[in-house]
Design a protein around this ligand. Sequence first.
Ligand code: HSE
Length: 432
Amino acid sequence: MKKEINIGLLGFGTVGSGVAKIIHSHQQDLQYKLGVEVSIKKVLVKNIEKERETVLAKDVFTNRLDEVLSDPSIDIIIEVMGGTTEGKEAIQQALYAGKAVVTANKDVMAEYGQELLRLADEKKCDLFYEASVGGGIPLIRTMEEGLAADRITALTGIINGTTNFILTKMKHENMSYEDALAEATALGFAEADPSADVDGIDAQRKMVILASLAFSTEIKLEDVFVRGLKEIQPGDLELAARFGYTMKMVGSAAKNEDGIEVAVEPVFFQNSHPLASVNNEYNAVYIYGDTVGETMFYGPGAGSLPTATSVTADVVAACRNILLGVNGKRHHAPQYERKIKTNCEMFARYFHRIVVQDEVGVLTKLTGIYSDHGASLASVIQHPDTNDEGAELVFITHKISRQQHLDVLATLKDTPEVLNVLSHYRVEGDES
Ligand code: HSE
């Protein structure tokens, strides 16, 4: 009977140091839950001389991965060092060494998740990755266990804390995009290269992880339609508010008999939609199941201790499996073939903001463009603050295909009376 479980921690940055804090401060609770002591035996860092504020002894730190992986007393490897290539290689080596692995590395799991899960199955070792999506919200475990009996049909959510923080500060505090991004970076929410947040890449990776699991299909990065925040135009947030919407950067995925669609984009949510009131760095994800219906999960999507909480929960799960002798007894192969919908098979409502020549007959010409493409309009509004350039018009469509939306925009851009197609967004919420 094991008396202790030892951990090799790869990385001691924001998340790694949080994990060490939690394991230390919650040691009694962990022992009570598991019946064994959980200790961090070794920590891999680049610089062992660096001064660190930690309860861990200095000789725990090493700069040699092989020293961690070859230690037979280490049962679980936590990979929180980041980096796609190094992260992947470290996870592979740990699995080859027969260790259970816990990772928070969304870049690795989005790009190589299926390959690594297959390797974990083959090596009969657990590979857990709860912290790769949604910071402290238990999303992966909820889908794998809580909703195990259901068939997930769709999910939609705010899964990037930085962009949600930026949009919140811009809307509620009138902060500029640049200042809000600088504050998110200072608070430690943003990625090392924050363009991964604002260009939607971080959310794209998270959607690959969530959609692959939700639909038991290998979703690839190129399957996700991605549109970042940089295309937002001055006045878009105010205009959204004027029409009763809130702009949110969301990831969405859905599956029906035609296939799967996955997207990351700024969306106009009706203010009554619960996602419209999820603010700051908080994340929230709706999961729709065939039998459960609609469920919503909310919590901190970034930050040291929330993310470390998810990592440590995975450690608890790995410990339990080790103690029960069922480590790595999972089967991860996707159940379904990958079938991604074409633009003609994805339907949504759209908001188009257009500047046109302020002349007789222009509105008729434009509505004609929508009807020529079979795109039905729900509202047409002339913005009262018509600008110097011309008259500003807002069109909100009924549900149309993404292809119809793109075709309408292309035709509008080629129309001489159209001076500028300023912005366009998908619209979510009940039709009014
Ligand atoms: N940069 C990420 C975010 C961190 O803002 O959500 C958590 O994955």
